[in-house]
Design a protein around this ligand. Sequence first.
Ligand code: TRP
Ligand code: SF4
Length: 336
Amino acid sequence: MEQRKRIVSGMRPTGKLHLGHYLGVLTNWVNLQDEFDCFFFVADWHALTTKFDKTEDLKQNTIDVVLDWLAAGIDPDKAVIYAQSHVPEIAELHVYLSMITPQNWVERDPTLKDLAKMVRSADDDNKPSVSYGLLGYPVLMAADIMMFNVDYVPVGIDQVAHIEIARDIARRFNHLYNVELFKEAVPKLTKIPLLKGLDGQKMGKSFHNDIKISDDEQTTAKKIMQAITDRSRARKDDPGHPDKCEVAFSYWEAFGEPDIIEVVKAECMAGKRGCVDCKKQLACLVNEKLRPLRERRKYYENNLDEVHKIINEGSQKARVEAAKVLAQVKDAIRMF
Ligand code: TRP
Ligand code: SF4
């Protein structure tokens, strides 16, 4: 039988995930599990590239991310779930890759400027500051990807520049050491549009406009009642414009079945649906959709030892695969 194709993807441990992560990333990962050999990891070294001095929440954030993955249906029996820092082979591969990566490749990474803005120098006028490790962000990503010699990397468009560099590094390795060891991993872009925040801006935790997977039903309902609607509508029996109802209607579209979306649209346009009632119904729908996820999350919150076991066993599985590739790498370089 032909070997299944492999994919890898990671997330920095930023803490509890929101519905944008769920619809934009996690549902995609869940679907990929059946078709591919999946490696999903928490990129805790990458977190250090910008947060080396703010590590107090790192452990809890790692757990929270994995809790949300499990809640969303990432299945440890199907996918390998691990923490990057539990697979030291990745750091070793990173050393080898750093030797063959020209300085100007990493300096040219268009994402670097944005990452640098997240780090402010304390002693130099608050200027963006770039550490050696941050400069190596795409090289470390290349190590994540090449470590398992994957075929595809499911990511958002913002990560594509990094993956281009990873492909260049893979090609350069093969060329320099005259081997055909590494594949050039292809980004697999998610098609699902990003879910907007409650205020119509990009959904993000720092903007306080997100709904968390882990929020309770009351909190979710309260947040949805604040979602902006068609702002040109003064009274509830005025005809509404679903296409101008940037947040509430887009959530209907994201969570509802086609027939209910049509009803909402028609009633709104006919002035037969008030925004308050509409959002109450929407909150019920969102809560209903999230109920099984939240129950799963609760289960694992109450059984944290199982979560630790999943991460530890996943890391061990990852190390076994990583060791095979690393041996080939050292052989290709002719290390002693
Ligand atoms: N840089 C990615 C992000 O911020 C996370 C990441 C690290 C990653 N290593 C990776 C994603 C390897 C895919 C493959 O989202
Ligand atoms: Fe949006 Fe619903 Fe109000 Fe129409 S009735 S504007 S869809 S919230």
